[in-house]
Design a binder for this molecule. Structure first.
Ligand code: ADP
Ligand code: ZN
Length: 524
């Protein structure tokens, strides 16, 4: 272990190991397998880089992030490590050079994508390398990609089981920042890591304050957040569409915030430049689709904002995890509204993919919605999703400012009755706008055409405002009491509507908190 500590200090320039690092490195350096579940920013890379240095031969790193390999290798070379990568961006001559270096035992670390590794030609190359100069280990990064259940399944990862068979003497370490029980089990089984030791770190990121507020005018809300709490701070703003990214970045610049767009539709050079500026300069805000951030290592990102609802808790956690890697206080903020719920459901329903895939996508979305609508501690809910129990944190919006709740049972019944009447008596289904019109008894061309004012449910919901109905509807959707269906997101009673209609179950809903009420004093 002294050798590992020497490498940490002299090669990487750090004083001490963090968390499970020492134990993981010990396990792999002594030839054992390991499964490592560690949150983003926890320090996974050293867990395979140091054993690769300490052991004889080359460490092979499997990673799906081809775009990052050149940067990762450059960073290693900068501290004197012999590193290289093999991927589709290299020409034939460059590939030959890397292969020669590998066989000559001149590489400490070699990065490659899974689709390349599973080629018989590559397996043969690696077998020759093992015989000639030795293989130190296989590190399988982003190992959750092997799980179909997860949000990031890549079929090529399934082929990595070949490693267990072709290289029984080479230790393998699988690493991921996803920690659901299902992914953990899939990694262990599918990568044949039956003999591995398991290292599960706490997924809590105590420095991050989680806040989710109702979407009103999301960009204004974001600007308020930046001005009140994050003036001049580095931050990442996630939007779902490229257009949303472009518009938001421009809007922020117009309002005096130094912001840059980042999405897959931009020219590669522009993307590269924006990423580099974000890493080097202080206080830049990058507005991005999820394409941004994978593997990006900037310790002082002070806030991560979501203007659109992420598709899963895994995605949300990974994206928010890019805030505050230095452990200092930071904010994970999101604005979310009724439209997000309806849109996401619609994307899933209208999308391609098998029924099983859609079911899994819906389950992921439902868990995300439950987090948005929870009236108890968000951190407790997040950690429970990753299989870890905890106490209310005192540092999330629901802890700091517990939402008021009200008995919405009658309102829910009225809404469900309206859906049922419209369907039974008129054979019609509508989206939220018109359903709320019916509840409020607001005439429109549509209502006149279909004589909705003759229905018994016409105007039965005037005790709530339109805004209150939208708030209630959003929560009822999140809880499966109402469902949005089909291409147009029309509303129908959800799987849990029955007991509510029959009065067997009461419905407690939260009163929407006003935006940006929860604030942390600066510097606290
Ligand atoms: P992950 O891959 O788990 O997201 P990284 O391996 O990129 O995390 O590490 C996150 C950051 O923490 C990096 O800047 C890394 O250099 C730093 N780091 C890792 N281990 C240590 C340590 N023992 N001491 C100090 N800094 C560390
Ligand atoms: Zn909390």
């Amino acid at each position: 272990m002294t050798e590992a500590l020497a490498a940490l200090q002299h090669v990487f320039g750090y004083d001490a190991f963090r968390g499970d690092q020492a134990a993981i490195i010990q396990q792999v350096a002594s030839g054992g397998d390991a499964v490592v579940l560690m949150p983003t920013g926890g320090g996974k890379s050293l867990c395979y880089q140091i054993p690769a240095l300490v052991r004889e031969g080359t460490g092979i790193v499997v990673s799906p992030l081809i775009a990052l390999m050149a940067d990762q290798v450059a960073a290693l070379e900068a501290v004197g490590i012999q590193a290289a990568f093999l991927n589709s961006t290299l020409d034939l001559e460059q590939v030959r050079k890397v292969e020669q270096d590998l066989l000559a035992g001149e590489l400490d670390l070699l990065y490659m994508a899974p689709e390349r590794l599973v080629l018989p030609r590559t397996v043969q190359l690696l077998q020759r390398a093992e015989a000639q100069s030795g293989l130190a280990l296989f590190a399988i990064d982003e190992a959750h990609c092997v799980s179909q259940w997860g949000h990031d399944f890549r079929p090529d990862y399934l082929g990595l089981s070949v490693l267990a068979e072709a290289f029984p003497r080479v230790p393998r370490i699988a690493l991921t920042a996803t920690a659901t029980r299902e992914t953990h089990r899939d990694i262990t089984e599918r990568l044949q890591l039956g003999r591995a030791r398991h290292f599960v770190s706490s997924f809590d990121r105590p420095g991050i304050q989680y806040r989710i507020e109702p979407k009103d005018r999301a960009r204004d809300q974001l600007l308020r957040l930046i001005r009140a709490e994050h003036e001049g701070d580095a931050g990442i703003v996630y939007c779902m569409s490229r257009r949303g990214v472009e518009e938001t970045a421009r809007w922020l610049v117009d309002h005096g915030v130094a912001a840059l767009p980042y999405h897959a539709g931009l020219d590669a050079r522009v993307r590269q430049e924006h990423q580099e500026r974000f890493l080097r300069e202080d206080g830049l805000v990058v507005v991005a689709t999820i394409a941004f951030g994978m593997g990006i290592d900037k310790p002082d990102v002070r806030f991560v904002a979501h203007l659109d609802l992420p598709k899963s808790i895994e995605g949300y956690y990974q994206e928010t995890g890019r805030a505050g890697r230095d452990g200092l206080p930071s904010t994970a903020w999101m604005a979310y509204g009724l439209g997000d719920v309806v849109n996401q459901r619609r994307f899933i329903d209208a999308g391609e993919g098998s029924e099983q895939h859609k079911r899994s996508a819906r389950a992921h979305l439902d868990a995300m919605l439950a987090l948005c609508e929870t009236v108890t501690c968000r951190r407790v809910q997040l950690l429970r999703y990753f299989g870890q129990d905890s106490q209310p944190c005192g540092n999330c919006d629901t802890c700091l400012n517990p939402p008021e709740t009200w008995d919405a049972s009658v309102a829910a019944q009225k809404l469900l009755s309206a859906l049922i009447r419209l369907d039974r008596e008129r054979g019609q289904k509508f989206g939220s706008g018109h359903v709320i019109d019916v509840l409020l008894g607001r005439e429109s061309d549509r209502s006149r055409q279909s004589r909705h004012e003759e229905l018994s449910v016409w105007g039965i919901g005037t005790e709530l405002s339109e805004r209150e109905w939208r708030t209630a509807l959003r929560q009822l959707l999140a809880r499966g009491i109402v469902e949005a269906e089909g291409e147009y997101g029309v509303l129908v009673p959800g799987p849990l509507a029955g007991p509510v209609l029959r009065g067997e179950q009461t419905v407690e809903l939260a009163v929407d908190r006003r935006p940006a009420k929860t604030q942390r004093p600066r510097g606290a």
